[in-house]
Design a binder for this molecule. Structure first.
Ligand SMILES: *[C@@H]1O[C@H](CO)[C@@H](O)[C@H](O)[C@H]1NC(C)=O
Ligand SMILES: *[C@@H]1O[C@H](CO)[C@@H](O)[C@H](O)[C@H]1NC(C)=O
Ligand SMILES: *[C@@H]1O[C@H](CO)[C@@H](O)[C@H](O)[C@H]1NC(C)=O
Ligand SMILES: *[C@@H]1O[C@H](CO)[C@@H](O)[C@H](O)[C@H]1NC(C)=O
Length: 509
């Protein structure tokens, strides 16, 4: 743990940035000590409010211990915490899987992440952008604290920089849109920002005042005019899109950039870089990319690279299928497949346009129906049979959605066998499983796999997400309760059917 030396610049920065009087840390009521580990508060439902009262700037990481993608964020948070020991910002963590009540009260259940609570205000925390590393968090706090230090720099330093720098050329710094520029800088802590009013510099880049430029090695990549109508969101899209290449290769380094892009339509090209037609396809793909720059993010996935195996499994792409093009709507994770075997420029462009026009058909994949799929105690469902079996009005169906390569999934198989055995005599119940890595699901699902859903016997299509303990006893209780509820529900639906009204539409849970 390397604590920041008192008196070092960041400490001074945060100390100076706190305009308000000293935090009420010494208030008599709050002298109870809060549990800490390496200077980071370990908060629970009971002591969250105390911490909120005690620290004017409380940076809280809401985390889920088992969530893989969270590891990088966790490391970044710990790094920043140790770097900023003794600053005005107090770091704290909340385990949302343990502190369920607190997470619910703070609306932090679905959107875990890092939030900054200011002046004890529980209701309006500032979300911290998903950090790449500890520097992201430190820079974010620094920029928020109003340190323009790295905003106004000598452009001379940038001339050789390999990194993209965002430079604002402004005549006056008191325009509202300069503030918009600064707020974009806060939200993009991993990018370098600079501001200049120097006419000579501005002329050197062949510009006039009031533009934002992306520069790399003193070459202009892209220019964006800034006007009173420019919003922070516009600027962020402009900066993030044009600081990336038209086609970004998916690698460990670019993954977070891709996933955090504000462009929420991603076109993935799965291809072998070693294949004979690689150059041809790549240049067709790049030309199409240039035509949809702000709307669709073009990503290349090299199928030769073994580290991309997980990604390919996730998208259910087999290496022999390459070259293959998939569109992913990142908002709802629905995928669309290029309706052609060969991704030439025209085909890709037409596909992108039809997708944006809402005319592309989602791609649904299914394994063939296994022979004798319904003879074992646990029935094996596939894409083709899921809805037909699940939404049977006469049967209650409990389905384990699993991914075969995951140990957490495999660990549930014996429990599922036990459940099927325990319910063997029940004609009205089907216990089934569904390989979600090989079959698409045309329903919105919650939680990471393995995930459990009950399809109660009903007149309508309805699924109930199981959140209880993964133990036989609890599963059986849940099943009975839901079957009771479904019966009552069916009565209500039937009665309503008698009324001259529309039936209630039931949404998927
Ligand atoms: C959580 O969300 C609800 C509903 O939007 C709102 O009433 C409540 O104030 C929120 N709580 C917090 C702590 O933001
Ligand atoms: C992506 O999905 C969201 C949510 O379903 C939807 O609102 C949006 O229109 C979709 N985008 C496109 C381009 O189809
Ligand atoms: C459900 O049961 C009713 C009444 O026994 C029967 O008419 C109907 O065909 C059954 N539906 C299915 C899908 O098995
Ligand atoms: C998915 O389900 C919806 C609603 O049930 C249906 O309209 C749509 O056609 C389905 N899509 C596919 C690809 O099966």
């Amino acid at each position: 743990m390397k604590a920041l030396q008192p008196g070092s610049s960041l400490f001074v920065l945060f100390a100076a940035a706190a305009a308000a009087p000293a935090a009420p840390a010494a208030a008599a009521a709050d002298t109870q000590s809060l549990p800490e580990e390496d200077g980071v508060l370990q908060l629970t439902t009971e002591d969250f409010n105390t911490a909120l009262r005690k620290y004017q700037q409380l940076l809280v990481h809401f985390y889920t211990p088992l969530y893989q993608e969270g590891l990088r964020v966790k490391a970044a948070f710990e790094g920043a915490a140790s770097e900023l020991q003794g600053s005005e910002v107090k770091f704290a963590v909340v385990d949302v899987t343990k502190e369920k009540d607190l997470a619910k009260e703070l609306n932090a259940t679905s959107s875990a992440g890092i939030r900054l609570y200011l002046d004890g205000d529980k209701y309006n925390p500032v979300p911290c952008p998903v950090p790449q590393n500890s520097a992201s968090i430190v820079t974010w706090l620094k920029r928020r604290a109003g340190s323009a230090a790295d905003l106004i720099t000598d452009l001379g330093q940038l001339e050789t920089s390999e990194e993209v720098t965002v430079v604002g050329f402004f005549k006056e710094l008191d325009h509202d849109y300069v503030q918009v520029f600064y707020s974009a800088a806060i939200d993009l802590p991993d990018m370098k920002f600079a501001v200049t009013q120097n006419s000579e510099v501005i002329r050197k880049y062949g510009q006039t005042h009031d533009v934002v430029l992306l520069l790399k090695k003193s070459k202009t990549i892209q220019v964006h005019k800034i006007t009173p109508l420019t919003s922070k969101e516009d600027l962020i899209v402009f900066i993030t899109v044009f600081s990336m290449e038209p086609v970004t290769e998916y690698t460990g380094k670019t993954a977070s950039q891709i996933l955090s892009s504000p462009v929420l339509n991603h076109l993935l090209l799965f291809i072998r870089k070693s294949s004979a037609d690689f150059q041809e396809i790549y240049s067709a793909f790049t030309n199409a990319a240039l035509a949809f720059r702000l709307k669709i993010l073009f990503v290349l996935v090299n199928v030769d690279e073994s580290r991309n195996g997980r990604l390919m499994e996730y998208f259910r792409v087999k290496d022999f299928e390459a070259p293959l093009v998939r569109m992913i709507n990142m908002t709802d994770q629905v995928t669309f497949q290029l309706p052609s075997d060969y991704p030439d420029e025209e085909t890709v462009k037409q596909f992108c346009q039809s997708y944006l026009d809402g005319k592309a058909k989602p791609k649904m994949r299914s394994e063939p129906i296994p022979e004798r799929w319904d003879e074992k105690p646990v029935k094996e469902l596939v894409g083709l049979t899921l809805e037909k079996v699940g939404f049977n009005p006469n049967k209650t169906v409990f389905v384990l959605f699993y991914v075969p390569y995951s140990q957490r999934s495999q660990a549930l198989f014996p429990l599922w066998e036990d459940l099927a055995k325990a319910l063997k005599h029940r004609e009205d119940v089907i216990i089934a499983r569904f390989d979600a890595s090989a079959n698409d699901i045309n329903m919105s699902m919650q939680g990471p796999y393995p995930t459990l859903y009950l399809f109660p016997a009903l007149c309508s299509e309805r699924m109930v997400f199981y959140t209880g303990e993964r133990k036989l006893k609890d599963l059986l209780v849940f099943l009975d309760e839901e079957m009771e509820k479904a019966k009552k529900y069916r009565v209500v639906v039937n009665m309503q059917a008698l009324l001259p009204k529309k039936l209630p539409t039931v949404s998927f849970v």
